[in-house]
Design a protein around this ligand. Structure first.
Ligand code: FAD
Ligand code: NAP
Length: 436
């Protein structure tokens, strides 16, 4: 069977590898860079910047304590160059891994899909398919604000000539928060402008910790309307603000190529069922293209599900307890529960993080993190977990797996930590196991 995959980001690349490993003949088309947004403009760029931002923050702390001098002469162009070089190296590794799995990679743009003839057109050449997996991802959403072409987006960040003196971020989600944390640490005076409230995905106590302890030097303006973006700043209903403007206003799925072929939702997302089947026979879709959570692990999972179903192995995507995260000086992890179930047996507990790697020197600032757990005290069921700590990302992924596998608080009674660690989750779980 011939399987064509369009888009070499996390969804498409992993779909292609899965289908090839199952034994099918697979061709993957990528119009720009293998690895997609995650590797080339998103997760990896933020990781690279954030490592340096944390290093600067640590140097400030150690300087205050007369341990070392402070590092504040950032060469932003060299920082960008370093990140780009590492990304290029990872890309080569991903390319080798994909080819080794048996995938043919073509560096081309798929221009037209002809569903009736089961073919795609690339540079006037036609490629036949039995099954087509679409994973064209998404791009930054540009809101209809006058002068928005004067603003930068995440794709421009590594092209900055220097650390901006004043950075105005329009948006109130994860990207706005992450760039606020990074550029504030690198020395910019950062303002975040939110049309409603900042970080609506977080509960109030968690949000309060983030603003007070992790974005303490950032000015956050809520309920503010931006009227016009200019080259040297923007005007809002509170007047003119001078600085470089960065838009972090969400994503738009790259679904135009499928217009008239598959059903598409109101936000441009391709509509799929849990097998990642679109409304058109033999066409599957995965990743940011289908909307929803919008993270790399979800895109990869959907890619695997699309590939398996395309190969005749019935599989469904499982969206329970998807760990979401955000990188500031510490990582913040949370679930998007949105549960409407009323459960009167729910109790919650929260504790600050521990001293230990990544947080030891913050003990006197009372900035070691914050972890909160909600459980059903009758059944021991773990209902929600939010964590701010140096180790939150790693522990949350395992907690997510345990929650999916229906572990209860009492399963933690004999939990053995590796000490020293900054993960306070197990302490809360053990507390609930004994006294909940
Ligand atoms: C700034 C930023 C930071 C982020 N940080 C994180 C993070 O820390 N953790 C996390 O989990 N997620 C993060 N994300 C989200 C993550 O990057 C995306 O969810 C993920 O990349 C989606 O994967 P995808 O394969 O669906 O799409 P994409 O990564 O967008 O890949 C789609 C690919 O399809 C290609 N393509 C499009 N059209 C065609 C065509 N016609 N022909 C051929 N190729 C085509 C594109 O060139 C692209 O390479 C971040 C996103 C951004 C913007
Ligand atoms: N660590 C990670 O896993 C990670 C990191 C970065 C990005 N990502 C993913 O990347 C995607 C994009 O992130 P994002 O932060 O840009 O998107 P987001 O979380 O969808 O947030 C978009 C923000 O833009 C605001 N907005 C939309 N239109 C606007 C307008 N016209 N004027 C002013 N504000 C406007 C929204 O405000 P309202 O809140 O008022 O609606 C919202 O806060 C998300 O799917 C995210 O999950 C993940």
């Amino acid at each position: 069977m011939k399987i064509l995959v369009v888009g070499g980001g996390p969804a498409g690349r992993i779909a292609a590898i899965e289908a090839a490993q199952i034994g099918e003949e697979v061709t993957l088309f990528e119009k720009e860079y293998l690895g997609g947004k995650c590797l080339n403009h998103g997760c990896m760029v933020t990781s690279g910047l954030n490592d340096v931002a944390r290093f600067i923050k640590d140097s400030q702390k150690f300087n205050e304590m007369n341990i070392t001098t402070k590092i504040d002469d950032i060469n932003f162009q060299n920082l960008s160059k370093g990140i780009k070089n590492i990304i290029a190296k990872i890309r080569r590794v991903e390319e080798a891994e994909t080819k080794d799995a048996g995938v043919e990679i073509l560096n081309n743009t798929v221009e037209i899909i002809n569903q009736k003839n089961k073919e795609v057109i690339v540079n006037d050449e036609t490629y036949q398919f039995d099954k087509l997996i679409m994973a064209t991802g998404s791009r930054g959403y540009i809101p209809p604000i006058k002068g928005s072409e004067n603003a930068k987006t995440y794709t421009d960040v590594l092209e900055f000539k220097d650390v901006p003196e004043k950075l105005i971020i329009v948006g109130s989600g994860v990207i706005a928060a992450e760039y606020a944390g990074v550029f504030s640490a690198l020395g910019s005076k950062v303002h975040v402008l939110c049309r409603n409230s900042f970080l609506r995905v977080l509960e109030e106590d968690v949000k309060k910790y983030v603003i007070k302890k992790l974005l303490d030097e950032v000015e956050i303006h809520e309920n503010l309307k931006v009227n016009e973006i200019k080259q040297n700043g923007l005007t809002s209903d509170k007047g003119f603000m001078h600085g470089d403007v960065l838009l972090a206003t969400g994503m738009t799925p790259n679904s135009e190529i499928l217009n008239g072929i598959v059903d598409i939702g109101n936000n441009g997302e391709v509509l799929v069922n849990q097998r990642m089947e679109t409304s058109a026979r033999d066409i599957y879709a995965a990743g940011d293209l289908v909307g929803g959570v919008g993270t790399t692990p979800v895109a990869r999972m959907e890619g695997v599900v699309a590939a398996r179903n395309a190969c005749g192995i019935i599989t469904e995507a499982d969206y329970r307890f998807i760990p979401n995260s955000m990188s500031l000086y510490y990582d913040i992890t949370f679930f998007n529960q949105n549960s409407t179930v009323v459960d009167t047996n729910i109790i919650e507990g929260s504790i600050p993080g521990f001293a230990g790697p990544g947080a030891f020197w913050r003990v006197l600032d009372r900035n070691t993190g914050f972890t909160k757990v909600k459980v059903n005290q009758e059944s021991g069921e773990i209902r929600d977990v939010t964590s701010i700590s140096p180790s939150a990302r790693t522990s949350m992924a395992y907690i997510s797996k345990m929650m999916r596998d229906d572990y209860k608080t009492y399963d933690f009674d004999d939990f053995m930590e590796a000490h020293p660690s900054t993960d306070p989750l197990y302490k809360l779980m053990r507390f609930f196991a004994r006294y909940g």
